[in-house]
Ligand binder design. Structure first.
Ligand SMILES: C[S@@+](CC[C@H](N)C(=O)[O-])C[C@H]1O[C@@H](n2cnc3c(N)ncnc32)[C@H](O)[C@@H]1O
Length: 270
């Protein structure tokens, strides 16, 4: 099943406007396969009715449902583990050393999907820095545009398959408990993370100045102009000694940003 070229072009514009995401010309079948279950849930037997309803611009819930059906939520605990090693061994110790006078740390996972990335950071903070950060104000914000992904993130519940992706047995035993249908993260870790629905391509809520922003595996789906605009806004939200952590295939041409992937970064606190 495919969409007519008119409908496909509409969906491309719609997804760009809504989420800043760019579709490729050869993704027509992919889009149709993702939209069909949405149409069926609403009792429509074909995609024309769904697209016509979307074109009305009145049904915000349907618009959200369509965006959610087209985004990719692929994630795992400690995805690209060497990044988290770098974070543990170099980046966080540097940031924490700089923040000693204020005793304040602010971290943002800006496209957190179902929560594994934010909980990976929380595990590191608890395992390695709990003593140093005692009595500090630690704000670990995790946001995404997907309400369904955030719902799972907030529940802290993961299937057997999800729990096996990236987590060692030791960490599973230390931080999770088995429940009848899932593995649930310990309350202490869950309470360390503040989840919030935020569209990076829309209006952002009031945000603190961050010491570290994880913006991983989301810019790759976006148009160049959206990427640039999001990176500019992130740069403005970062402390001068703050770090940005991107996905392994992503980059920025902002030379003033410190990228927490290799051992790049300022040795000085400001
Ligand atoms: C591939 S996942 C990456 C998750 C995690 N950062 C990682 O690297 O494992 C991409 C996430 O970006 C979210 N996303 C896509 N467009 C977004 C936007 N405009 N604003 C906020 N989140 C967005 C999707 O909902 C999805 O959960």
């Amino acid at each position: 099943m495919t969409l007519s070229s008119d409908h496909f072009e509409f969906i491309c514009r719609f997804l760009d406007e809504q989420a800043g995401i760019a579709l490729e010309a050869d993704q027509n079948m992919f889009v149709a396969s993702r939209l069909l279950p949405v149409a069926q849930r609403h009792g429509w037997t074909n995609l024309d009715s769904l697209i016509n309803k979307l074109r009305d611009h009145h049904d915000r819930l349907l618009a959200q449902e369509v965006v959610e059906s087209l985004v990719t939520h692929e994630t795992s605990f400690f995805r690209d583990p060497h990044y988290f090693d770098e974070l543990t061994e170099h980046t966080l110790p540097r940031i924490i050393a700089c923040r000693v006078p204020e005793r304040r740390l602010a971290i943002w996972c800006a496209a957190c999907s179902t929560g594994q990335e934010a909980y990976s950071v929380a595990m590191i903070l608890q395992e390695r820095f709990a003593e140093q950060l005692r009595d500090w104000s630690v704000d670990l914000l995790a946001s995404d545009l997907s309400a369904t992904a955030l719902q799972q993130a907030q529940s802290g519940c993961y299937t057997e398959v999800e729990i096996r992706r990236g987590l060692s047995d030791a960490r599973r035993a230390q931080h999770f408990r088995r429940e009848s249908t899932c593995w649930r993260i310990n309350d202490r870790l869950r309470q360390m993370v503040r989840f919030q629905k935020t569209n990076l391509n829309g209006t952002w809520p009031q945000l603190p100045t961050f010491d570290l922003v994880l913006l991983r595996n989301v810019l790759i789906y976006m148009t160049p102009s959206t990427r640039q605009s999001i990176l500019t806004r992130i740069r403005n939200s970062l402390h001068p000694t703050g770090y940005l952590m991107l996905g392994s295939t992503e980059s920025t041409n902002f030379s003033s940003l410190q990228i927490a992937r290799g051992r790049v970064g300022s040795e000085h606190c400001m």
